[in-house]
Design a protein around this ligand. Structure first.
Ligand code: ADP
Ligand code: MG
Length: 289
């Protein structure tokens, strides 16, 4: 057993939100419907089409990766689901409710560690529940649950600057989950980590996800990462972005590092690589025009 999977206790009680539980979670929530959505930045001559009309449906509890070349609109797509970006056309619905702005039902984890440096690890994770009006004791107990889940109980009273990049990202995941989101949105969360830490973080995330069971929408430009993690890989075209391939990842779970050597993995990788290569070339030519 490697360090990451050892960090997450196998004896932890599942914290998948129960039907109408104390946190308002419901089984089977987290259906994401991106319905004929287009995003354009700016107006007139300066208008930039970031996302071409796109429709995607993501089932409750599904782990979906969005893969595409730099600048193709991956972050924009995620930000539209998060509610930071308003689409010009179409809409995003989560469990049938149109997204009108950011909300705690959609937790976000960014590449850069966006923790409060002046708060301890535990205070960072308890922040969401506190803002939601929970008394400190309840918020702290929720923080404890998720810090155990990400294997950082021992670091609860430390400050973010005292932690490694990988640990800070685990705090970021715990903080997002502490709001019991219907959807976890992750924007290249492991992009700044070294290869070994990254591999362990991927396994750790899958372990957490198997316990929490929330829908995950994960953006990456790393083909191996996309295949290793997801149930489905959505490949995006060069700008303006749209989905050009929807590939089911038919590998059993739990995913193990050695599966990357299996023929199914190799086949999927080749499929993704050829799509991405064409799109990267297009993106490269567009940038050099
Ligand atoms: P990716 O995450 O795939 O690298 P982004 O979604 O960040 O791509 O960006 C897609 C395109 O939209 C880029 O050309 C980028 O410059 C542009 N863009 C992103 N956000 C904004 C914004 N707020 N205003 C104007 N243009 C933006
Ligand atoms: Mg991005």
């Amino acid at each position: 057993m490697n360090r990451a999977s050892a960090a997450v206790s196998p004896h932890l009680a599942p914290v998948r939100p129960q039907a109408d539980d104390a946190h308002g979670g419901k089984i089977g929530t987290g259906l994401v419907d991106i319905d004929q959505m287009a995003v354009i930045f700016g107006t007139g001559q300066k208008a930039h089409r970031a996302i071409e009309e796109t429709s995607i449906r993501i089932e409750p509890g599904e782990f979906v990766c969005i893969l595409g070349p730099s600048g193709c609109g991956k972050s924009t797509l995620l930000n539209a689901v998060a509610g930071y970006v308003r689409p010009q056309r179409g809409e995003v619905r989560v469990d049938g409710e149109p997204v009108k702005g950011p909300g705690p039902d959609r937790g976000m984890v960014f590449q850069q560690y966006s923790l409060f440096p002046w708060k301890t690890v535990k205070e960072n994770v308890a922040f969401g529940p506190k803002v939601a009006g929970k008394p400190w004791r309840t918020a702290a107990s929720i923080a404890d649950t998720f810090l155990t889940m990400v294997g950082l109980t021992r670091f609860a009273d430390r400050y973010p600057a005292e932690l490694s990049g990988g640990m800070q990202q685990r705090v970021g995941i715990a903080r997002a989950l502490a709001n019991y989101p219907r959807v976890l949105l992750m924007d290249e969360p492991f992009g700044a980590l070294d290869a070994q830490t990254r591999q362990m973080m991927q396994e750790s995330l899958l372990n957490i996800w198997s316990q929490f069971g929330t829908t995950v929408l994960f953006v990456t430009h790393d083909i191996d990462e996309a295949i290793f993690l997801s149930d489905r890989v959505l490949v995006m075209s060069a700008a303006p972005g749209r989905i050009i391939a929807d590939l089911a990842v038919d590998l059993p779970r739990p995913r193990l590092p050695e599966m990357t050597a299996e023929p199914t993995f190799g086949q999927l990788k080749r499929q993704c690589m050829s799509k991405i290569r064409v799109e990267s070339l297009k993106a490269f030519e567009q940038q050099n025009r």
